[in-house]
Design a protein around this ligand. Structure first.
Ligand code: GLP
Length: 239
């Protein structure tokens, strides 16, 4: 795993954005694996800037997101679909019909998981996958557990994740209990993975991902099995 130490959040964002731009330069119809959370917001801002400057086009690109809350759809300001539209898709030239986020409103959520896996397969996986990391070392919504799941699946969110993600909700209780997430196989199928971590609170999780044992209780540690992972963090990993 390559670890890049960025001086600050802005440098981290520029670095991640440039990797995505490079991917699109070599393949204009690349499949971008995208993530939500506060960490990639700066990357999306930088990509929007680059698009406005004419440095990059997303017109032929496709995107596939990691996850969505069960029960939330585009009209809910806390849905990940809405986040992606507002923070990124509505500000670039991507065809929104080529952007995919699990449908949290599908009444048959198991069917939605199968549909999403088939879709991922049809797209051929992501050429570059952007990842954040939870303080408990989750990736996507693959939470620490005795067993991890390969396929797209419904997951019960841990209390710590609901707490961490409650920022925009009225309370931790208002955060949906369940989410749909791409499984470990989908994430590891990406040709290149870029994991972003900002702030000291993520240090322990990133250390587990980079140096720890491969452990289902630290899902990000499975990234060690992939041969093209870059971690960009704005803190020093070594204590
Ligand atoms: C959520 C998302 C993850 C993300 C994590 C960290 O749980 N499902 O994909 O990595 O939040 O979020 P943040 O970047 O806000 O710390």
């Amino acid at each position: 795993m390559e670890v890049i130490r960025a001086a600050d959040y802005d440098e981290l964002s520029v670095c991640a954005a440039e990797m995505i731009i490079q991917t699109l330069k070599s393949k204009n119809d690349a499949v971008l694996g995208l993530a939500t959370g506060s960490t990639p917001i700066g990357t999306y801002k930088r990509l929007i800037e680059a698009y406005r400057q004419g440095r990059v086009s997303f017109a032929a690109a496709k995107s596939i997101n990691l996850d969505e809350y069960v029960g939330l759809g585009e009209n809910d300001p806390n849905s990940y679909r809405r986040f992606m539209n507002d923070m990124f898709f509505n500000n670039i030239d991507i065809d929104v019909r080529n952007t995919y986020v699990p449908d949290g409103l599908n009444k048959n959520i198991q069917q939605e998981c199968m549909r999403y896996d088939m879709l991922y397969k049809r797209l051929g996986g992501a050429d570059i996958q952007l990842l954040g990391i939870g303080v408990n070392a989750h990736i996507g919504f693959n939470e620490p557990a005795d067993k991890l799941v390969a396929a797209t699946h419904v997951v019960k969110l841990s209390q710590s994740t609901r707490m961490a993600n409650s920022r925009n909700f009225a309370s931790a209780q208002a955060v949906p209990e369940y989410a749909v997430t791409l499984g470990m196989a989908g994430i590891l199928k990406a040709k290149k993975i870029v994991l972003l971590a900002s702030g000291e609170a993520k240090r322990e999780a990133v250390a587990k991902a980079v140096y720890g044992d491969i452990d289902t209780h630290a899902p990000a540690s499975f990234l060690q099995l992939h041969d093209n992972v870059t971690v960009i963090c704005d803190f020093c990993l070594a204590k």
